[in-house]
Every structure is written in C-alpha cells, then in structure tokens.
Design a binder for this molecule. Structure first.
Ligand SMILES: [Ca+2]
Ligand SMILES: [Ca+2]
Length: 206
C-alpha cells in the first residue's frame, strides 16, 4: 500500500545538488573577491602614477621645474665663451664659473660636481691649455689681449689662433709683461714705453 513517490526523491536530489553548488560558490567567492581587489589596487596605483607623471610633465612644460640644459655652451658679452644657466637665458663668462660667486640665479655655475677637481671637472670648452701643459686658463681669457698664461701662448701663434688686434688696440711687440702682441690704444703717447720699437710713443695715436 505504501507507494513510493519517485518525484520527491528527484526534488531532494536536485535541492541537495543546488545546496552543494551554492556552498561551493560561497567557498570560492572570497578568493574571487580577493583577486578583484588586487586588480583594483594595481589599477589605482597606475592611476596615481599617471596623475603624478601628468602633474610633473605639466610643471616642466609650464617652466615650474627647472630643466638643466644638455649643452651649456653659449656666447657671453663680447662673444666670450660662456656657461649657460638653467634658465637657458643667462650666459656666464667662462672665467666666472667656479669663482666662488654664484652668477647663475640658482648657483649652478658653482655646483660641486663642476668645481671639485679643476680643470678636469669643467667641460672642455671652458678650458684653454697653455703652451706649458702645467698651466691652464679659462677659455674667455684666450685672445683677450692679456698675457694670462704667462708665456703669451694664449695670445700668440697657432695655439691661440687669435684674430688681428681690434680697433681699440695697437699692434706691436710689447714691453710690459701683461700684454703680448697688442696694447690698448689708451696707452699710446702716455710717455711710457710699451712697445720695444717705441711705436706706441711715436706712431700710434690714441
Ligand atoms: Ca661664478
Ligand atoms: Ca689672455
């Protein structure tokens, strides 16, 4: 008389399957959530980095952060060899680099890496090697009319390759140690011999 109910057993089996499936999902859910958190954190970190890069890039473009020039060679007043400051406008004459006086606005002409081992720490274009290799001068002291090397090698012959005396100078063989091949015309006819030939006193007109 007792009848079995085949459908009941089917429903129970289906319910049990669903229950175990739900439990399985529940077990898996935390792991899936954890993975998503990592992805989110990585994405957030990338966004922060991108934002920082955008801010820094904008600051550089707007000139808020100084960018050091790659090539600092420049021509100072009177076409003297110079050192270009970070502002890319100020050109400091070579002989004012590492003179213990900041001439660039941010003092980059006196920075330690530039001045800690003179002259080798200087860029080559700022340095002139004299005829006597033990001596050196700044490049803007070459062909400036003055005997800076002591042997006139910065003013004479092929090493210096100076142009002829300028209009404010008188060409002669000088007597005074501080000049080499030209003397300032203001020294002409001042009753003091500067040229071995006396031409500064008898020919030159100031
Ligand atoms: Ca200086
Ligand atoms: Ca000189």
């Amino acid at each position: 008389m007792n009848k079995t109910h085949p459908q009941r057993s089917v429903h129970v089996a289906t319910f049990d399957s669903m229950k175990s499936f739900s439990e399985e999902r529940a077990r898996r859910r935390p792991r899936a959530g954890c993975t998503r958190r990592r992805v989110c954190l990585a994405a957030a970190a990338l966004l922060v980095l991108a934002a920082v890069a955008a801010v820094v890039g904008s600051a550089v473009v707007l000139g808020l952060l100084p960018r050091a020039p790659v090539n600092r060679f420049c021509a100072a007043s009177n076409n003297r060899t110079g050192f270009l400051c970070d502002d890319r406008v100020t050109c400091v004459p070579a002989s004012q680099v590492c003179n213990r006086i900041p001439n660039c606005r941010s003092g980059e002409d006196e920075q330690e890496k530039l001045c800690d081992d003179l002259p080798s720490s200087l860029p080559g274009y700022l340095v002139f090697r004299c005829g006597n290799a033990a001596y050196w001068i700044y490049a803007d002291q070459r062909c400036n009319g003055m005997n800076d090397c002591g042997d006139c090698s910065d003013e004479m012959e092929s090493l210096a390759a100076c142009p002829a005396c300028g209009p404010e100078w008188w060409s002669c063989t000088p007597v005074l140690y501080e000049y080499c091949t030209c003397i300032p015309k203001r020294l002409c006819r001042d009753s003091i011999q500067h040229c071995a030939s006396w031409s500064d006193e008898y020919i030159c007109k100031p």
